[in-house]
Ligand binder design. Structure first.
Ligand code: ASP
Length: 344
């Protein structure tokens, strides 16, 4: 008897019900979900894998999630890992890509499917995408060849640490701008595309890393998106805030910043203080190459690391993950440059 899939419900629109203040996490989601699954055509219902279910103690709207929630979930999945053939996390869509990215770093070497999903509509809403998404997540979680953290949404399977929420309303709400889909549901059947999963070095024996993110305090990493005319003094104010240990800089195009010596000085000083600074493009797709233009040379000189084609979610969760570990600065910089879980 194969061990069943473990479903962990954390909240989000899919489980919400209307209340006096608008949609809020509803009660007894397991019973509601099992009832909904029983409405599927009998052959489809029968071919779904068995699952055990648990809910987090306080299901939330994922807009309230913090690194501490990522940590709690990572640890819970680590505990459930041995008993389950695959894991499914049901989550609000707003910060789903952040949680999936963080889980990818925490559950490195996962040799089983870890599938994160949610929905744009509550389960009971007419025409809801919730049931289809849960069904897809269960089917992908039953594929032993899937050995990483992935997002199942709208019939697609995306690498979690490459994904972003892309649309505020459409059911097809997630994209993976710089990496192809890992798989798709084709006529309801899960298909994994060949040679797109993690390579051998990045999967295999679980080597989970479950550091204490809470110990970092409440603002270890800041996110600074350039705009034309951005004053160096504002960037300095962010970087000099107490407890800031790292920053994501979203720069122009292929890796450019304004030719402002004061700005570059602020960045160099922050690197000099041991802060980990990473640049990616604010273009929605593509990689940066620091230093191909004169306007980008200063970034490398200021000690800013290239985030290559990583998403903002993947960079910030990786910075949190590395900063929470007892590594020295050189080790952190090296590990940031390495692709740990196919994030770059
Ligand atoms: N605000 C909701 C959440 O992220 C949105 C959703 O689930 O679609 O929990």
């Amino acid at each position: 008897m194969p061990s069943p899939i473990r479903v962990i419900y954390t909240g989000g629109t899919l489980g919400m019900e209307p209340g006096p203040q608008g949609l809020a996490p509803g009660r007894d989601f397991e019973a509601r979900l099992r009832r909904a699954l029983d409405t599927l055509p009998p052959a489809r219902r029968a071919s779904l894998p068995d699952f055990t279910f648990e809910a987090t103690p306080q299901p939330i709207d994922s807009s309230a999630a913090t690194p501490s929630d990522w940590q709690t979930l990572g640890r819970r999945l680590g505990q459930a890992y041995d008993e389950a053939a695959g894991l499914v996390v049901l989550h609000g869509t707003d910060t789903l890509a952040w949680t999936a990215s963080s889980l990818a770093y925490q559950l490195q070497g996962a040799a089983k499917p870890v599938v994160v999903s949610g929905a744009m509509q509550p389960l009971e809403a007419p025409g809801s995408d919730a049931l289809g998404n849960v069904e897809g997540a269960l089917r992908f979680a039953a594929q032993p060849a899937l050995q990483e953290v992935a997002i199942a949404f709208a019939g697609k399977l995306l690498r979690g640490v490459r994904s972003r929420k892309w649309h505020t309303r459409d059911a097809d709400a997630f994209v993976s701008p710089n990496y192809p889909l890992l798989g798709e549901l084709v006529e309801g059947e899960p298909v994994l595309y060949p040679n797109r999963g993690l390579d051998e070095l990045q999967r295999g024996a679980p080597r989970f890393e479950l550091p204490d993110y809470q110990a970092l305090g409440d603002c270890p990493v800041v996110r600074i998106v350039l705009w034309p005319g951005i004053p160096a003094s504002l960037v300095a104010a962010w970087l000099e805030a107490p407890r800031v240990k790292g920053a994501l800089l979203e720069v122009w195009g292929g890796g450019n910043v304004p030719e402002d010596p004061a700005l570059l000085e602020v960045l160099a000083e922050a690197s000099g203080r041991g802060q980990l600074l990473v640049a990616i493009s604010q273009c929605p797709a593509g990689a940066i190459a620091i230093g191909s233009y004169a306007a980008g040379q200063g970034l490398a000189a200021a000690g800013v690391l290239s985030g290559d084609d990583m998403t903002p979610e993947a960079v910030i969760t990786k910075l949190v993950h590395l900063l929470a570990q007892p590594l020295d600065e050189t080790q952190r910089r090296e590990r940031f440059r390495d692709a740990l879980v196919g994030e770059r």
